[in-house]
Design a protein around this ligand. Structure first.
Ligand SMILES: [Zn+2]
Length: 312
């Protein structure tokens, strides 16, 4: 019986007595139940889970928002005041001749709870070598670090890579590490260790470019300097893959003007959020949000002077 490299790692882990295998098994079950597929034009659109992260609340709401106001908002929206537990939803577009993956998830080295993409892909019936194209929204660890597998080789060995030029240049700039706060220096090191490994196969693009047939890049800078969203079209179907431009199921929609601690340029991110929400509420088109409740698919409604996310 053929054994995949991934199964090999799982067995090795079991043999070494490290208690990872039970977790890996439950991940696989969870991966299947949190993934979603639907017909999209002549192909199929998948939302594949990479798992769920656990992050401090300060990532979403900085201290500049008064404590009372913050608490009232969290209570009203039934949010945990102690931690954020965002889902991680990767978009995969299966066309006739291509399998296009948007972002690669966290991989094994970022944080507990993420890095389940390989299981989700397998449950959906794809091998890593089936992926023909990988398109990136940005280079934060939960979106990029899964570009390498458990052996530190490229996780998608047959793929062409597509990266926003502004994002690529920012993370590889020799001054970026010095300009980055201590708590996030690992993000820079992680990107600088990984991006050169895809340099020979990468196409860089800018907002407004049609990067592949039916995929238009939309500049949504703010979360990171080159953050990009993607409008997918096939016939009468369309969906916007927003990445982390709309990152929280309640805050990003009901309080889009509150700065978010996860955005590298909070003011630019607010402008981006407002124009994106206006566009989405105007044309009622579907969106797929990386950190919105799995599978992250829904639409935007105007609500109480702001907006709300409606799953479905
Ligand atoms: Zn993210």
């Amino acid at each position: 019986m053929a054994i995949t490299r991934r199964q090999f790692v799982s067995r090795l882990t079991a043999m070494s007595g490290v208690a990872l295998l039970p977790g890996a098994v439950s991940h696989s079950v969870q991966a299947a139940s949190h993934s979603d597929s639907r017909v999209f034009g002549n192909g199929k659109l998948w939302s594949l889970t990479d798992g769920q992260l656990s992050l401090p609340v300060s990532m979403a709401v900085p201290d500049s928002i008064e404590a009372n106001e913050r608490m009232a908002f969290f209570e009203r929206h039934q949010l945990d005041p102690n931690q954020l537990t965002p889902d991680c939803n990767l978009t995969l577009w299966q066309q006739k001749d291509r399998v296009i993956l948007f972002d690669t998830g966290a991989g094994a080295q970022f944080a507990a709870g993420g890095g389940q993409l390989a299981d989700s892909l397998e449950s959906a019936g794809f091998a890593p070598s089936d992926v023909t194209d990988v398109v990136f929204t940005h280079a934060h660890p939960d979106h990029l670090w899964g570009v390498l597998d458990d052996f530190d080789d490229l996780a998608f060995p047959q793929a062409s890579y597509h990266f926003p030029a502004a994002e690529w240049n920012y993370w590889l700039d020799s001054s970026t590490l010095d300009r980055t706060p201590e708590a996030r220096k690992s993000f820079v090191v992680g990107a600088q260790n990984r991006l050169p490994l895809i340099a020979e196969r990468v196409s860089l693009f800018s907002g407004g470019d049609e990067i592949l047939p039916g995929i238009e890049a939309i500049d949504t800078a703010g979360h990171t300097p080159g953050h990009t969203s993607f409008a997918l079209h096939d016939g009468s179907e369309s969906i916007l893959v927003v990445g982390d431009a709309l990152v929280h199921k309640a805050l990003s929609f009901a309080r889009p003007k509150w700065p978010s601690g996860s955005d590298q340029d909070a003011l630019v991110a607010i402008d981006t959020r407002l124009s994106l929400l206006d566009r989405l509420a105007g044309d009622k088109s579907q969106l797929l949000g990386f950190h919105l409740p799995a599978p992250g698919i829904g639409y935007v409604e105007r609500f109480e002077g702001a907006y709300r996310f409606v799953s479905g």
